[in-house]
Design a protein around this ligand. Structure first.
Ligand code: SAM
Length: 278
């Protein structure tokens, strides 16, 4: 246990906010495992999302070149100041990851070069954060992220399964995915309701399909906007198309009019994008 951090949490009378996904990891062995899984070393720059009380941040400061840690909760700033005081390679930004100008923050505090994201992600925005990072053109080389087990299953899902969706396809487009370790709920403070997995995503040299990237991500989201609807319905709703126009695009891409988004592979979505452009 990071008993010094646990003591600080008590001394500061810190109240965990469930709505901010505040479930901290204080077990040094697990923190070491996460840092090991990331493979981050002295020449690497790290972006941490959700620093909490700084337990993972501190571990990363010991290994990485520079660390930029974002934390939305200003009540955690005094504790982070204490925990991170021995390190001069870290900047903590009191900011919301979904609203911050990440490109400017990275440029200012990490400089040029690749960035490795390492985070015990707040559960309430796990998928939006991953999607936002994958869609961005930030220089992200890898993501080592603690996510709920069900999110890890969605990342690794196969077509037609219930877990297969926009997240699966967005990850497949940019990254390879491996599950590095499982962490049971009792290892968190306070324990959440479900177990978690640490997933390591590493950027592919190039995407597996050659496609219009912006359109690809729009289509991926449109395909699963309403899971129970057909692709035709979803395309009409997301792109304001007539039923006939959507049907013509689907047919041109080589699919039956009744096809559903969950039946499409990454190659199929690229074919759909091509038909869409034409
Ligand atoms: N890294 C710490 C650890 O492993 O113990 C804390 C992880 S905790 C699961 C998630 C952290 O993300 C919380 O400290 C929470 O306040 C912070 N957080 C929640 N929403 C955020 C947001 N939108 N932007 C930045 N940080 C956020």
């Amino acid at each position: 246990m990071s008993s010094d951090i646990e003591r600080l949490i008590k001394q500061n009378n810190f109240k965990f906010q469930h709505s901010l996904g505040q479930n901290f990891i204080l077990d040094e062995a697990i923190l070491e495992d996460i840092a090991d899984a990331s493979g981050v070393g002295i020449s690497d720059h790290v972006l941490e999302i959700g620093a909490g009380a700084g337990s993972l941040t501190r571990m990363l400061c010991k290994r990485a070149g520079k660390v930029l840690a974002l934390e939305i909760d200003k009540n955690l700033m005094p504790m982070l100041g204490v925990v991170l005081s021995p390190f001069d390679n870290v900047h903590v930004e009191n900011a919301d990851v979904m609203k911050a100008d990440l490109a400017s923050l990275i440029e200012k505090h990490l400089g040029e070069g690749d960035v490795h994201v390492v985070a015990n992600l707040p559960y309430y925005i796990t998928t939006p954060v991953i999607m936002m990072l994958l869609e961005s053109d930030l220089p992200i080389r890898s993501l080592t992220i603690m996510v709920q087990k069900e999110v890890a299953q969605r990342i690794a899902a196969k077509p037609k399964s219930k877990d297969y969706g926009a997240l699966t396809l967005a990850v497949q487009y940019r990254m390879s995915a491996d599950i590095a370790l499982e962490v049971t709920a009792k290892n968190f403070m306070p324990p959440p309701k479900v177990d978690s997995s640490v997933v390591v995503l590493r950027r592919l040299e190039k995407p597996p399909v050659d496609t219009d990237e912006k359109l690809f991500f729009r289509l991926v989201k449109a395909c699963f906007a309403m899971r129970r609807k057909t692709l035709n319905n979803n395309l009409c709703a997301s792109f304001s198309l007539s039923k006939e126009k959507a049907a013509a695009i689907i047919e041109k891409a080589g699919f039956k009019p009744t096809v559903r988004g969950e039946e499409l592979s990454i190659t199929d979505i690229a074919a759909l994008a091509e038909a869409f452009k034409e």
